[in-house]
Design a protein around this ligand. Structure first.
Ligand SMILES: [Cu+2]
Ligand SMILES: [Zn+2]
Length: 210
């Protein structure tokens, strides 16, 4: 019994020594092995058909932007960014040239056409779900409804709002790419149908992927 326990470490040590030698041999041949691996990898790559489309294309389409241009007789302009985050669209950016500060309605509209002097060409609120106008996050509302923006005394507003029920770049009925964005003269009351009684249009932009 004592003999056994004393002898056991010897085979273990031999095994370790052999393993070390084996590792050394592998290292010595690693250059050849690497070359053979590369050849096999190349063969596999040419023989295997392309897999599913790469994910980055979808990720890149999940953002959009819009440049706001003033309507006739106004100076309101801005830059907006849209990003799909956790199933809703975050809207960020800056709007300048708002008259006398105050609070202004802000929506995505159904048509990406700002050609009319008063931007009436952008149509009504973006409403793919055929719902009532309202306030995002509080019951029924248009997919294009976003909270009012508030300008400082310098006439500029930092936009930080969101959209619910809309998507970016997927080609679905809810896709905001190609739609319009409008900043209004007055505040949206979140109740009057179907406009929120936000008044005239100070600026208009077209949402573009990117
Ligand atoms: Cu509007
Ligand atoms: Zn609305």
């Amino acid at each position: 019994m004592r003999t056994h326990t004393f002898l056991m470490p010897i085979p273990a040590a031999l095994a370790l020594a052999l393993a070390a030698c084996g590792g050394g041999a592998d290292n010595a041949n690693s250059g050849d092995n690497a070359a053979a691996e590369a050849d096999r990898a190349a063969d596999t790559a040419t023989a295997t058909p392309p897999a599913t489309p790469p994910a980055p294309a979808t990720a890149a389409a999940a953002t959009a932007m819009a440049a706001l241009q003033p309507t006739a007789g106004n100076q309101t302009a801005g830059e907006l960014r849209f990003a799909l985050v956790d199933g809703r669209i975050e809207v960020t950016g800056t709007v300048t040239g708002l008259p006398g500060g105050g609070t202004h309605g802000f929506h995505v509209h159904e048509t990406g056409d700002c050609s009319a002097p008063d931007a009436s060409s952008a149509g009504g609120h973006f409403n793919p779900g055929s719902t009532d106008h309202g306030r995002v996050g509080q019951g029924a509302h248009h997919a294009g409804d976003s909270d009012n923006i508030t300008a400082g005394t310098d006439g500029s507003a930092q936009v930080r709002g969101w959209l619910e029920g809309a998507t970016i770049g997927d080609g679905a009925a809810t896709d905001i790419v190609g739609k319009g964005v409008i900043v209004h003269t007055d505040a949206d009351d979140y109740a009057t149908q179907p406009t929120g009684n936000a008044g005239d249009r100070l600026a208009c932009g077209v949402i573009q992927a990117g």
